[in-house]
Design a protein around this ligand. Structure first.
Ligand SMILES: Cc1cc2nc3c(=O)[nH]c(=O)nc-3n(C[C@H](O)[C@H](O)[C@H](O)COP(=O)(O)O)c2cc1C
Length: 373
């Protein structure tokens, strides 16, 4: 049978399992429609809030590049470099809900078969603010959004009850998810922050609140490098920086580690993987760990703003891979390597008898019951 790239994820049918994630590539109706024309199976809108936001006075995103055969990494533009990561301190959409509402329905009317996920975000410090989540959810689904993605992960919020600060609080994760589920008629995905000790706990909290899927990762907290000549941060406003988010190739292994933890602990749930994907081999990592869809931001930003070449290479790569391996659908290989991530002591040693898992004679830790020396 000829392979199909189509997948069903959290109850929705996608032409292919590749989505543009919530970010600059999805900040307008024009971009989203170009993305569908280019072949993306789904699009998550730039995060929509109730009120307009004001971004910093200067660039919101830059790219850190590595010089081959040299240890240098820098945001300075120079020839012959390779992408290391993106760094951003961009807030959510600077367009309010009223701007988005007619555009969501326009996009869905033009592309009824494509999946449009509305990313939404509000505060969580009071009942009124929790109702704002419901207002955003009902407005977006009424216009035809196929699913809602709760932004519990934006790393730039000062407020303790917003963005990744919700994603660090298991109680708030459950409450916000439950409040949205009370009014939602479409699937609800929770986008988690990677910036917690054990992301399985936050994933459990989202599923407890009724989430239909988890999206991970948002960007990792980080700051720009200091230029050794000028002694200024490579990206700053009046010399100042705040913590921002790292994306792109540098976060691929870190994001995979978070995903492996969640898919192992909760193998029967739906996961959408993001972080450092630019070609099929990288998306494949997420699929083999158990994800049912994947999302892309940094690579698309650098490819005509919405990634026409990236989506072409992802779909062609997947088709070639499935042909070569004789697979018919993603389900034939999804999760195939989920159980290969094990605890350190399960990894074979040249001499198994000499290994004590950090106990007894190896000296990493005192054996149970023996006082520390
Ligand atoms: C400039 C920029 C803006 C972003 N804005 C949002 C946003 O509004 N909402 C959101 O959920 N994630 C946002 N993200 C995070 C991305 O959707 C994605 O999770 C992250 O960049 C990791 O994917 P990547 O490695 O493909 O870039 C943003 C990322 C960047 C670089």
């Amino acid at each position: 049978m000829a392979p199909t790239l189509a997948v069903t994820f959290a109850g929705l049918r996608f032409e292919n399992p590749f989505l543009l994630s919530s970010a600059p590539p999805t900040e307008s109706d024009a971009n989203i429609m170009r993305a569908f024309d280019a072949g993306w199976g789904g699009v998550v809108t730039k995060t929509i809030g109730l009120h307009p936001v004001v971004n910093v006075d200067g660039p919101k995103t830059k790219f850190l590049r590595a010089t081959p055969d040299s240890p240098k990494i820098s945001m300075q533009k120079r020839p012959g470099t390779a992408l290391h990561s993106s760094w951003n301190w961009e807030l959510i959409s600077d367009k309010p809900l009223d701007w988005w509402v007619p555009r969501i329905s326009k996009i869905k009317k033009a592309y009824p078969q494509r999946i449009l996920v509305a990313s939404i975000m509000a505060g969580s410090g009071s009942d009124d603010e929790l109702r704002n989540w419901q207002k955003l959810a009902t407005a977006c689904q009424a216009e035809g959004a196929d699913a809602l993605e709760l932004n519990l992960s934006c790393p730039h919020m000062d407020r303790k009850d917003m963005g990744s600060n919700i994603g660090k609080d298991q109680g708030l994760i459950s409450i916000v998810t439950e409040v949205v589920k009370e009014v939602s008629k479409v699937p609800v995905w929770a986008k988690l922050t990677p910036s917690t000790t054990d992301i399985v706990e936050e994933a459990r909290a989202a599923f407890l609140g009724g989430a239909d899927a988890i999206t991970s990762s948002n960007t990792f907290p980080s700051i720009p490098l200091i230029d050794p000549e000028t002694l200024e941060f490579e990206m700053n406003v009046d010399g100042y920086v705040s913590s921002g988010g790292l994306g792109g190739p540098a976060i691929l292994p870190q994001s995979l580690a978070k995903m492996a933890q969640m898919t192992q602990a909760l193998p029967d749930h739906n996961f959408s993987g993001i972080g450092g994907i630019a070609e099929f081999g990288q998306a494949l990592n997420y699929f083999l760990l158990g994800c049912g869809t994947t999302q892309v931001c940094t690579a698309a930003m650098l490819d005509h703003a919405i990634g026409p070449n990236i989506i072409k290479s992802l779909t062609e790569g997947m088709r070639r891979f499935m042909d070569a391996k004789g697979y018919s659908t993603l389900e034939d290989f999804r999760g195939m390597r989920r159980d290969r991530v094990v605890s350190h002591s399960k990894i074979r040693r040249p001499d198994a008898k000499a290994y004590h898992g950090g106990y007894e004679t190896e000296g990493y830790a005192a054996p149970t019951g023996t006082p520390d020396r």
